[in-house]
Design a protein around this ligand. Structure first.
Ligand code: GDP
Length: 303
């Protein structure tokens, strides 16, 4: 919680100070307060659609209870935001179907968003919890990607399956799942290439990886985790749009929230694309990845 508060400091300061300005000198929530609130949310990158949704709900609640004052605005706002955020459904126990199959996470996202770092942090934390993890370097496009992943695998003390640069990503994924199944691993994490220049290519590549993985683990991938850089605002929305079109993203990791005042992107992307946030990144260190808890997050934003 302390780390979370610290990680969200910039967003907090910005949202909080703007929010206080929005209600300064007012005792009741009138149209001017709501207008200001709308601006605060949009400028924190909550996104226009989600902001309007929140404003509409608050307007409705204020109309119902004419005596609600600005002192209650923050509470109303917190409740509405928690209500919008999907509950993190992925409290996995990694013992899926009694068939001895590992839980397979396929990680997608464009280069630079923090994909490798996030995979490293997840592996480290799972390993610390006593899980047996195998990582697959299926981003075979860049040599640097494989090397970076290797460094993280060493740090987390987790085996990495790789082939040489330029080899078939689906083949790496197949090898990784085979090894995991052989070793009776609990979790497999597959890195994929972060190119987005052509949606059809992206879709084909991910579909092929999935199909090949299913030869080893029929239910794979259990999770398609999209990593987004929380400091990139509207770009994160655009990437979410592309990736949710290309494949069945069912979890989000939003990184670099420590460096930005625009943490509202967590709320907007999750609401707009109806995908729950599973992890948030709040620093470069191995411990700076938190399992997302919507109440804690919203509490931290407003405290
Ligand atoms: P990839 O290209 O998507 O695999 O990105 P990397 O994992 O290599 O990360 C790119 C940069 O972002 C690195 O310098 C990371 O240390 C940094 N990074 C990743 N996650 C976070 C985070 O949550 N906070 C901060 N401040 N930096 C991060």
């Amino acid at each position: 919680k302390e780390n979370l508060d610290k990680g969200l400091e910039k967003t907090k300061e910005s949202v909080f100070s703007k929010l206080s300005r929005a209600v300064a000198g007012k005792s009741t929530i009138d149209d001017a307060v709501l207008d200001n609130l709308e601006e605060v949310l949009i400028s924190s990158d909550v996104g226009v659609d989600t902001t309007l949704k929140i404003i509409d709900r608050i307007t409705e609640r204020v109309a119902k209870d004419k005596y609600v004052g600005t002192s209650e605005l923050q509470k109303l706002l917190q409740e509405e935001i928690v209500g919008l955020l999907a509950e993190n459904p992925l409290k996995v126990d990694y013992s899926l179907d009694g068939k001895g199959d590992p839980y397979v996470i396929m990680v997608v996202g464009i280069n630079g968003v923090g994909k490798t770092t996030t995979i490293g942090k997840i592996s480290y934390q799972l390993k610390k919890d006593g899980k047996k993890v195998v990582i697959g370097a299926a981003d075979t496009f860049r040599a640097a990607a494989i090397e970076q992943l290797e460094a993280w695998a060493e740090r987390a003390d987790v085996p990495l399956v790789k082939q040489k640069t330029g080899s078939d990503p689906a083949s790496v994924a197949f090898d990784t799942l085979s090894k995991a199944k052989n070793d009776q691993a609990d979790v497999v994490i597959i890195d994929t290439a972060g190119r987005l220049h052509n949606n059809v290519n992206l879709m084909n590549e991910l579909t092929k990886i999935k199909r090949v993985m299913q030869k080893v683990v029929p239910a794979a991938p259990h999770e398609i985790l999209l990593v987004l850089d929380g400091s990139t605002g509207q770009n994160a929305f655009e990437q979410a749009k592309q990736f949710t079109k290309a494949t069945e993203v069912n979890a989000l990791a939003i990184t670099k929230l420590d460096g930005t005042a625009k943490g509202g992107v967590v709320i907007g992307v999750s609401d707009q694309f109806q995908v729950p946030v599973k992890y948030i990144g709040i620093g470069e260190g191995v411990e700076d990845l938190q399992v997302f808890n919507r109440e804690e997050f919203v509490d931290s934003l407003f405290s």
